[in-house]
Design a protein around this ligand. Structure first.
Ligand code: NAG
Ligand code: NAG
Ligand code: NAG
Length: 167
């Protein structure tokens, strides 16, 4: 294989890698809460914690609560309210589907109907930072991932070019 063809193939690989990194950094995920079960009284009280523990929630993702029978989504304000299934505070959504934008920090959702929360219909979601919307305060030195990765790939390409054609 000639050097020129090798170089072109190398560039194509780098471009694909770069596009994948940018895609991964910017794509928002829609989470169907509870998976195929949806938002209901679960078979056991650890069901939604287990569901959430297998996911990574980023700022900009969305949570979709879907239910058929009598349920709702009350976003309570503290962990104590979440732990105690306290129904007196928070933002209540009563129509399915309820779509919630994931923002920074931990958010607590319960169903405020009857004993549903006590029986496990509750969800806590903690978000991680996203490349698109850095949670670091202005003036800090942290940069979004894509603005670091892209120049790195471009300079690697330039150096490879020199190595292949000059040496
Ligand atoms: C609601 O009912 C429909 C039709 O029976 C079913 O396909 C769907 O999975 C149910 N959704 C939830 C969240 O229970
Ligand atoms: C809770 O229920 C789910 C779904 O049926 C099951 O996969 C999981 O093992 C159960 N967890 C416990 C602690 O029983
Ligand atoms: C969620 O984000 C979308 C898209 O940015 C926006 O249109 C919508 O109003 C937001 N919803 C809430 C409840 O903030």
């Amino acid at each position: 294989m000639g050097r020129q063809r090798l170089f072109i193939m190398y560039c194509l690989v780098l471009i694909v890698v770069a596009l994948n990194i940018i895609e991964a950094a910017t794509a928002a995920t829609i989470f169907e809460v509870g998976g195929s079960l949806g938002w209901t009284v679960p078979p056991n009280t650890s069901y939604y914690a287990t569901w959430a523990s297998s996911k990574t929630f980023a700022v900009g993702d969305t949570l979709e609560f879907k239910w058929n029978s009598t349920h709702n989504v009350l976003e309570v304000t503290t962990k104590a309210e979440y732990d105690g299934c306290t129904k007196s505070n928070g933002v209540l959504k009563e129509t399915s589907p309820t779509v919630i934008n994931v923002t920074a920090g931990t958010h607590y959702f319960i169903c405020s109907i009857g004993t549903h929360c006590v029986n496990g219909q509750k969800l806590a979601v903690t978000s991680v930072g996203s490349a698109n919307t850095p949670t670091t305060p202005p003036g800090s030195s942290a940069l979004p991932t894509s603005s670091v990765v892209l120049p790195a790939i471009l300079s690697t390409t330039a150096i490879s070019f020199l190595v292949i054609f000059v040496i």
